[in-house]
Design a protein around this ligand. Sequence first.
Ligand SMILES: [Zn+2]
Length: 92
Amino acid sequence: MENKNFCQSCSMPIDKPELMGTEKDGSRNKEYCTYCYQNGSFVNPNMSLDEMKKLVKAQMEKMKIDTATINLAVSTLPHLIRWKTAVSDESI
Ligand SMILES: [Zn+2]
């Protein structure tokens, strides 16, 4: 159970099956959390990386997480699968 999953959109740890995103057929998506991905698509498909950074920061501040951890999570975002794709799309 050491294999910890992180959402590839918002970097939130997915440590419970109910936190996994859902596909159209109701199956679970292991890469994205339920807040980012539902019914086979992103909840906010037009969200930019900058918007996601602000959202993650705001959510973590609400949860009273320390600044170092917040900064680490925010700096992880550009490396996640969702945002890697977004960057390569821009260069086309
Ligand atoms: Zn997520």
